[in-house]
Every structure is written in structure tokens, then in C-alpha cells.
Design a protein around this ligand. Structure first.
Ligand code: TYM
Length: 311
């Protein structure tokens, strides 16, 4: 059976871009694979330095996984920080790759351009992600378009290690859904926590309504493209055509239709989410952490032997 792994950072409330780009595809395919879903808490530490908030976000993101339909008995759900092998392997990879290789990372360059403090952790982000993926002999990584380069980095790093020390790591492949590769935000740019243009996945009805009503509409066209480009990810073009025809020129009505369609998806999931307690989440993470640690440790024994530190 092939292995599937993906991760989300608990750096803030998940938005519908995370859902459509990464979680929904995961839910649609994970039962056909040996699947792993990771809470990338050490990645989140590159941007979130508030321990109270981080703790809460970790609990919330697991609740989100389960609420959208991931069965923790069928997928291994765990916290990155619970498996020390991730940071250990990052160090080993760090000794193989160059600064100039990491300087090419789009995500880093984008953060640098926006004036975000260039910590060593931010720079090394792709290497930790490579360790996440390679530790578990992952075949497939379902992600949004913005993570494509990071999966390419993982392949490059696997190749470097294998060349230096012999065949050890599998080559992972990203899986990106064409339509949902880059879900637009309320301003038409990629939806992102750091751009402040998100529609929260598990916001209250009022929060979702506020975000959708705030979508920037271009008054020159007949249909509001920023609204439509999100809407078409929830309903087929043939279902939407009559709605947009009837609402021609009336952007408010199109936005109301979008709110209703988001609510139809999120409403039942929100109810399920409310029934998942902190104790449920902690039990899932304890179980998943133990299993992930055992797998990772097995891989690390091989790695330590290959590099020569295991005497
Ligand atoms: P994060 O939390 O930033 O994003 C989580 C997932 O959501 C996708 N995504 C989007 N997809 C479509 N449209 C959007 N507007 C949009 N915004 C976000 C991202 O592509 C991602 O799939 N570095 C990862 C976390 C990670 C990871 C891993 C993923 C850490 N280790 C190992 C896979 C495998 C990230 O960007 O998380």
C-alpha cells in the first residue's frame, strides 16, 4: 500500500483555502492509502510566538481534521513536536545542503519581501518539511500549489542523501488538484492567513457572512469574478450559471448565494466539531504520537547507521 502524508500548521484558524486545497482532497483519498496527517507545530513556531494561542490552535486543528471527516482510526494523526526525529533529521539534512539552494525558496523570498524577520527557522522551513515527508517513506503528498516547491525540495534532499550515503529515502510526489490548487481570498489574491484575506472554515455564520460580504467586487464586469472564483469550487459551473444570470448586476445576491453554499458544507461539520472534546483530541494525539514515533525511530536507526554515528 502506498503512503500518503500531509500537514497543516496550527498558526491560526483554518480557512476555506486550506480546506479545499489540502483537507478535502485528503478526505477524498486517504482510505486508499496508508495515511498520515500531521500537525506541523514546529513549522508554526516560525510565525507564532504565543504559547497560549499555539496550544489552543493545536487542539483546534485536530478537531478540524476530525470534523471534516478524517477518521483517526483510519489515518494516523500526530503532532510533529512529539516525534523528535523530525528535528534530528533536519540537522542531518542541513549538513548536506547549501545556503544558495535554500535561498531559492519562493515562500522564504515572499516572507522576506514582506519584511518578516528572517530567522534561521524560517530559512530552514523547507528542510524540516523534507524531514516530515521523508521520515515516513511517503509516496504522495496532497497539498496546494504554494507547497509544490517544498515537495520538490524534499525530492532534491532525498537525492542528495541517497547519493552521499546510499539508497535510503523514497522520492515523494506532490498531488495538487487543478481547480483547488490556489483558492483565491476576498481580495482575489491567494487566500492566506498572512494576507488577511481569508474566509474562516469554522467561523460562525456571522463571521463567514462578514468575510464574504467583504469580497472585493469589480464593478466593471457583469458578474463579480472574485465571488464566482470561490463559488465555482463549491458548485458546478452548470449549477451556478442560472444563479449568476438571475443575479446579473446584483453582487449582494451573488454573495448571499455563496454564503448559503458555504454554510451548506460547513454547517454539519461545525456541529460535529462542537462534539469533539479536548480529551478526545488528546487521546487521538497520544495514540498517533506513539505510532509515528515508532515508525520514525525505525527509519532513524537506518539513517544513523548510514551516516556513521551509530558505532
Ligand atoms: P499551511 O498550514 O500553510 O497550509 C496547509 C495546506 O493548505 C494549503 N493551502 C491552500 N491551498 C489552496 N489554496 C489556498 N489559498 C491555500 N492556502 C493554503 C497549502 O498548500 C497546504 O497544503 N508547509 C505546509 C505544512 C507542512 C506540510 C508538511 C505539508 C509541514 N510539513 C509535510 C505537507 C507535508 C503548509 O504550508 O501549511
Amino acid at each position: 500500500m502506498q503512503r500518503l502524508l500531509t500537514g497543516l500548521q496550527p498558526s491560526g484558524a483554518l480557512h476555506i483555502g486550506n480546506y479545499l486545497g489540502a483537507l478535502k482532497p485528503f478526505v477524498g483519498m486517504y482510505e486508499e492509502y496508508e495515511s498520515i496527517l500531521m500537525v506541523a507545530d514546529y513549522h508554526a513556531l516560525t510565525t507564532l510566538k504565543d504559547p497560549v494561542q499555539l496550544r489552543q490552535n493545536i487542539l483546534d486543528v485536530v478537531r478540524d481534521y476530525v470534523a471534516v471527516g478524517v477518521d483517526p482510526k483510519k489515518a494516523l494523526i500526530f503532532q510533529q513536536s512529539e516525534v523528535q526525529a523530525h528535528t534530528e533529521l533536519t540537522w542531518i539534512f542541513n549538513t548536506l545542503i547549501t545556503m544558495s539552494f535554500l535561498e531559492l525558496a519562493h515562500a522564504y523570498k515572499d516572507k522576506e519581501a514582506r519584511g518578516i524577520e528572517r530567522t534561521v527557522g524560517l530559512f530552514d522551513y523547507p528542510v524540516l518539511m523534507a524531514a516530515d515527508i521523508l521520515l515516513y517513506d511517503t509516496d504522495v503528498v496532497p497539498v496546494g500549489q504554494d507547497q509544490k516547491q517544498h515537495v520538490e525540495y524534499a525530492r532534491e534532499i532525498a537525492g542528495k542523501f541517497n547519493t552521499a550515503y546510499g539508497e535510503t529515502f523514497k522520492m515523494p510526489k506532490e498531488q495538487i488538484r487543478k481547480d483547488e490548487a490556489s483558492v483565491p481570498g476576498t481580495d482575489g489574491k491567494k487566500m492566506s492567513k498572512s494576507y488577511g484575506n481569508t474566509i474562516p472554515l469554522f467561523g460562525t455564520y456571522e463571521e463567514i457572512q462578514k468575510a464574504v460580504m467583504g469580497i472585493i467586487t469589480d464593478s466593471s464586469g457583469e458578474s463579480p469574478s472574485n465571488v464566482y472564483n470561490i463559488h465555482r469550487l463549491l458548485k458546478s459551473e452548470s449549477e451556478l450559471a442560472p444563479v449568476y444570470k438571475a443575479n446579473k448586476g446584483n453582487y449582494k445576491a451573488s454573495k448571499e448565494a455563496l454564503i448559503a453554499d458555504i454554510e451548506a458544507v460547513v454547517g454539519p461539520m461545525r456541529e460535529k466539531r462542537a462534539s469533539i472534546t479536548d480529551a478526545d483530541v488528546k487521546a487521538i494525539l497520544k495514540d498517533g504520537g506513539g505510532k509515528a514515533r515508532a515508525r520514525a525511530e525505525k527509519k532513524m536507526l537506518d539513517v544513523r547507521k548510514k551516516i556513521g554515528v551509530k558505532i
